[in-house]
Design a protein around this ligand. Structure first.
Ligand SMILES: Cc1cc2nc3c(=O)[nH]c(=O)nc-3n(C[C@H](O)[C@H](O)[C@H](O)COP(=O)(O)O)c2cc1C
Length: 211
């Protein structure tokens, strides 16, 4: 069965523009692909609490990279990390909704990324070829809402560190086909927000037939 993994990283629920546009994609995509299994990972849900990435989890990562056997404490911590990393690894298609916070990703999203980016699970360092991505997914859609305007060519285009960061990270993890849809200007005016959101919904509905 094909699995679509949806990562939701705005805590604003019904008020979130990135969530609303991502859900418009899900509605359109699942209507076209009724057999697809949806796995929703709300990073702000208390049920989705991630392990702190320190102590035994951290030393387990370095042991895994250098081929040193895990201690029992590291093995337990690594089993927990692996559970999260493999939830990402096995997905066939990825949908990420990511608000722009201080020109980057929300801290819950960065926590998630630091837990799931693991040697031997989601990437393999290769001395000859560099980083080899191990994700099953070959395609991803990133939906990003932001208060300002960062469109390519605008004066503040270089201040958007979400889009280049996620394109780079997904590429390293083996996902080469990355579509990005933005909702810009949500802090500027209601009229601009509504226009940007309607445009973004139209874009993701078109992508639902293409991804
Ligand atoms: C903590 C925080 C930091 C933010 N930093 C920025 C920023 O650096 N640039 C920007 O344009 N908007 C910034 N915003 C505004 C959000 O990008 C905007 O409200 C966006 O619509 C949030 O996405 P959401 O509607 O999906 O929650 C910030 C909002 C918050 C809550």
């Amino acid at each position: 069965m094909t699995t679509l993994l949806y990562i939701e990283s705005s805590p604003r629920q019904q008020r979130s523009h990135s969530t609303a546009v991502a859900r418009a994609f899900l509605d359109a995509y699942l209507a076209r692909h009724p057999g697809v299994e949806l796995d929703t990972w709300d990073l702000w849900s208390p049920d989705a609490a991630l392990p702190e990435f320190e102590g035994a989890a951290l030393s387990a990562k370095f042991a895994a990279r250098s081929g040193v056997p895990h201690t029992p404490e590291e093995a337990a911590a690594w089993a927990e990390v692996s559970r999260h990393a493999l939830r990402l690894q096995r997905a066939d298609l990825l949908l990420l909704s990511v608000p722009l916070w201080n020109f980057g990703v929300p801290y819950k999203f960065k926590h998630w990324l630091d837990v799931v980016t693991q040697p031997g699970l989601t990437f393999r360092p290769d001395p000859q070829k560099g980083m080899q991505g191990l994700l099953k997914a070959r395609k991803a859609l990133v939906v990003s809402a932001r208060g300002g305007i960062y469109t390519p060519g605008s004066p503040t285009a270089a201040w958007d560190f979400v889009t280049p960061y996620l394109q780079h990270w997904l590429g390293m993890m083996g996902v080469q086909d990355v579509a990005v849809v933005s909702i810009e200007g949500t802090s500027i005016s209601e009229a601009m927000t509504q226009a940007a959101r309607a445009q973004a919904v139209a874009e993701v509905q078109a992508l639902a037939g293409a991804l």
